[in-house]
Design a protein around this ligand. Structure first.
Ligand code: C5P
Length: 314
């Protein structure tokens, strides 16, 4: 085999609760992660030249060592030096469809696809859990992106337990092209707010305690009760991101006014998604959001929840 092509789906966070600080600077989380059918396409090809080369059709992304797909390939060359010597370099081509810096794990999913693709090209016979361990070295969301579907993630996000799949539910996804949120900034600001406000203000603390419902949303997923899933969605990072970016808050308000089942920011944002009753409702909501916010800076997608992560294109 000289080349493999893989589909790398985006993810949304149905739930993101920060439960504490960690000594390594990360945060202890409870998340519910969900794959969606909005996806990048990655081709991994053997090369006669002894190096890693990245090509990408989105000029916003670097093609050098700072690209997480490059880091994934470099990790494989250092973990499996004999295979690297035997098979030579790697040409990686990324067709980008997932918005960048959006809270949708686009980069993490590309990295997951590179790990899987290189493992296949080099006949390494890696299991999913071996790939997840490699993925955790690249980023907290990479392990989830490998298997995808619906999962509860704990630790810094790398410890996964599968949940029953929520396939065939439709969402509208909205992202302003010009807003890019720094994930470290969002977590640091949340931490500061928690230390400065929540710890001194019992009312804010009680309001947050009333809003966190990880058990209830898991139950709703197990029962496949979409309305309850929507009701118990939560994201601790919404408050900090929405206080800085009023347009993100406005998006949520527009979705609520249009009567969606529920709406939430994904990850550290700025993407906001709305859970819909049907594909038809999702198309109508997308049309009505566009009418309400004609700003062409706003990207809108109808997408479907899916039950898998990285997939090979036959
Ligand atoms: O793991 P990853 O590189 O994707 O994380 C990006 C940033 O998000 C980290 O540098 C950290 O600032 C923040 N983060 C965190 N706690 C987590 C996951 C991410 O503070 N559990």
């Amino acid at each position: 085999m000289e080349s493999v092509t893989l589909i790398a789906p985006a993810k949304i966070n149905l739930y993101l609760e920060i439960i504490g600080n960690r000594s390594d600077g990360y945060h202890e989380l409870i998340m519910i992660l969900q794959s969606i059918d909005l996806a990048d396409k990655i081709n991994v090809q053997k090369s006669s030249i002894d190096r890693i080369r990245i090509r990408c059709d989105n000029p916003q992304l670097p093609t050098n060592k700072s690209n997480i797909a490059y880091k994934a390939a470099a990790l494989m060359t250092s973990e499996f030096p004999e295979a690297f010597v035997k098979h030579g370099g790697l040409n990686i081509t990324i067709n980008k469809h997932i918005p960048v810096s959006a809270g949708l794990a686009g980069g993490s999913s590309d990295a997951a696809a590179v790990l899987l693709g290189v493992g296949l090209l080099w006949n390494l016979g890696l299991t999913q859990s071996e790939l997840e361990i490699l993925g955790a070295k690249l980023g907290s969301d990479v392990p989830f992106c490998i298997g995808g579907g619906t999962a509860i993630a704990t630790g810094r996000g790398e410890q996964l337990s599968a949940l029953p799949s929520l396939e065939n539910i439709y969402i509208v996804l909205a992202k302003y092209r010009s807003i890019a949120v720094s994930t470290p900034w969002a977590y640091t600001t949340h931490r500061q707010e928690f230390e400065n406000i929540y710890n001194k203000d019992t009312q804010s603390l009680a309001a947050r305690a009333a809003a966190v419902h990880s058990r209830d949303i898991v139950k709703a997923i197990v029962n496949r009760d979409t309305k309850e899933v929507a009701q118990f969605m939560y994201n601790d990072l919404e408050k900090v991101v929405m206080s800085k970016y009023a347009l993100v808050l406005e998006l949520k308000e527009v979705f609520v006014n249009l009567g969606v089942l529920g709406t939430m920011m994904s990850g550290s944002g700025p993407s906001v998604f709305a859970l819909c009753e049907s594909k038809q409702q999702a198309e109508e909501i997308k049309y009505n959001v566009r009418k309400t916010i004609p700003n062409q800076d706003l990207e809108l997608f109808v997408s479907q929840l899916i039950g898998h992560g990285i997939q090979l294109v036959p």
